[in-house]
Design a protein around this ligand. Sequence first.
Ligand code: PLP
Length: 360
Amino acid sequence: MARVYNFSAGPSMLPESVLRKAADEMLDYQGSGQSVMEMSHRSKIFDGIIKGAEALLRELMNIPDNYKVLFLQGGASTQFAAIPMNFMNKSGKADYVVSGQWSNKAYKEAAKYGDVKIVASSKDENFSCVPVMDKKEFRPDADYFYICMNETVHGNIIRELPDTGDVPLIADISSCFLSEPIDVTKFGMLYGGAQKNVAPAGLTICIIREDLLGNARDYTPSMLDYKLMADNDSLYNTPPCYTIYICKLVLEWLKENGGLEAMRDRNVKKAELLYNFLDNSKMFNGTVVKKDRSLMNVPFVTESEELNAKFVKEATDAGLVNLKGHRSVGGMRASIYNAMPYEGVEKLVKFMADFEKANS
Ligand SMILES: *Cc1c(COP(=O)(O)O)cnc(C)c1O
């Protein structure tokens, strides 16, 4: 069996040991005589899985007791609407930083529900950086302040959090979830789709400060009402059971491998290897300013579309797959999430060096 190095932005690589464990337990989960796919979400055995996943997440991210952890469906994109419905309910205002495609989509969705202001944007720089955030633009009566911490398509990360005072900060962390430690107490809500760094597609994890719950608009669909979901321990309806189970296996893998500090060290090493190569290459160029570079998503280009296409094709033939950039920006992108081993990045860099030699 030949496994490739998969640089997809999502769904993306999972740790091989997790896949093997899931395969071992496929037909008979821990003596239950059933697959996790088959069991009732109200069974005692599944209760152990979902509670176990939550406990591990709380431990790894150091989530305080006054935050709820929700296991939901609908992807991160559904939260773009759920967030204003649940939280934009006092002044009816919210401030958004637009630093790439995902925050822009979130902004557009929220604008359907109230007075939404872009307080900073790097659109004019093609999202090659995080915008300067001028506090004078922030509205003290906004119901919340929204950022996308790591822009998956454009490859930038917000390192310095905006000082929003009493206004709750909400961050989409889909593509940097569990990639390094994060201070949960700085946020009113953190959330992300799991398929980037945590599990297969189908699961969205929301971490919400308790005092923000309970003010959803009357018309909020029950399925999008965070309070209702929290009151039902994410079991208001059938949750994505199998994905939650894989999530638990990934969290166990993270813990066995040293937790988030160790992940950050690994991820920094991988990213430095690739960025150092880009900085010294005459053919390949990174597209994001140095200080805002993502550890997870690394976009890069050559000077011609033909060369980009040739590179992607030959890389694929060499077992380095999904390096084509997002359809909206072109070029290439290497997503190097937790499960991408150092050797995968080494192989990519070696391949890029050889390609550069052969084509210049
Ligand atoms: C992938 C992604 C999304 C969208 O996630 P879905 O689960 O497909 O809705 C939103 N935000 C970020 C940062 C992403 O990377």
